[in-house]
Design a protein around this ligand. Structure first.
Ligand code: KIV
Length: 273
């Protein structure tokens, strides 16, 4: 085990994430969308597993995160929650489930918590949905906020470029971040914003701030598992570090299998009954 990896095998809780921030221990977070991968991610010591609505792109092949449904998210999250022995499991509330109707949002939130066995939810947005977030938290459901680039708003932005470069958007982001903390969110994801702004938010808030494309001066990092392991191809934003090239490994394995089947070198005598 690496010296930087936590040797504490107790289940990660929202409270323990807060303690990690207080003692300066960085939080690791990755996405998973199924039991098998979540078992590996959990077993390797990742602190938080996100059942991201990026599943809409990565698992379902959609161009955006908008089409994935709550039923699809629940199906994926069930497998992940079964796998996670140590990691805190966070499930993304998909597009349209939290949009300014607190009672409806709470119903969706309760469904996800009841049916998946996950530990918490992640919700994109600030002041516009703050009452929804308060309602969900008041029912005892932990919520992680998400500001900066919010992929569910892609049709509003028209581009996946860096957010909050202008003063007005940066000020709104800081104000939203404070509101989310006051509302009781246990952590906040900041996606694709200038590093100095993310640092300012992380220093201002008591709750952990987890970045993706937000620099190193935050309390933790999150990446999409399929991107950082090289399963997905052709997506290479500046913030993405690839730790493996599993896409190539899989392609080579499949090519070798196809060749062996065609040449009848698989199965051999030892591989049959
Ligand atoms: O859906 C997702 O994977 C996310 C991360 C990029 C933070 O929201």
């Amino acid at each position: 085990m690496s010296v930087h990896q936590s040797e504490d095998q107790r289940k990660v809780t929202t409270h323990r994430l807060l303690e990690m921030k207080m003692r300066g221990e960085k939080i690791s977070m990755l996405t998973s969308y199924d039991y098998t991968i979540a078992t590996l991610v959990d077993g390797a010591g990742c602190d938080v597993i996100l059942v991201g609505d990026s599943a809409s792109n990565v698992v379902c092949g959609n161009a955006t995160t908008l089409p994935i449904t709550i039923d699809e998210m629940i199906f994926l999250a069930k497998g992940v929650a079964r796998a996670a022995k140590r990691a805190l499991v966070v499930v993304d509330m998909p597009f349209g489930t939290v949009s300014g109707n607190p009672r409806m949002s709470l119903e969706y939130a309760i469904r996800v918590m009841k049916e998946t066995g996950a530990d918490s939810l992640k919700i994109e947005g600030g002041v516009e949905i703050i009452e929804d977030i308060k309602k969900i938290i008041s029912a005892g459901i932990p919520v992680m906020g998400h500001l900066g680039l919010m992929p569910q708003s892609i049709n509003k932005y028209g581009t996946y470029t860096v957010r909050a470069k202008e003063d007005a958007e940066a000020e709104k982001l800081i104000s939203d971040a404070k509101l989310l903390e006051e509302a009781g969110c246990f952590a906040l994801v900041l996606e694709k914003i200038p590093a100095f702004l993310a640092e300012k938010v992380a220093k201002t808030l008591r709750i952990p701030v987890i970045g993706i494309g937000a620099g190193s001066a935050v309390d933790g990092q999150v990446l999409v598992f399929h991107d950082m392991t090289g399963i997905t191809q052709g997506f290479s934003p500046r913030f993405l570090r690839r730790y493996a090239n599993i896409g190539e490994t899989i392609t080579n394995a499949v090519k070798a299998y196809v060749s062996d089947v065609k040449s009848v070198s698989f199965p051999n005598k030892e591989e049959q009954y």
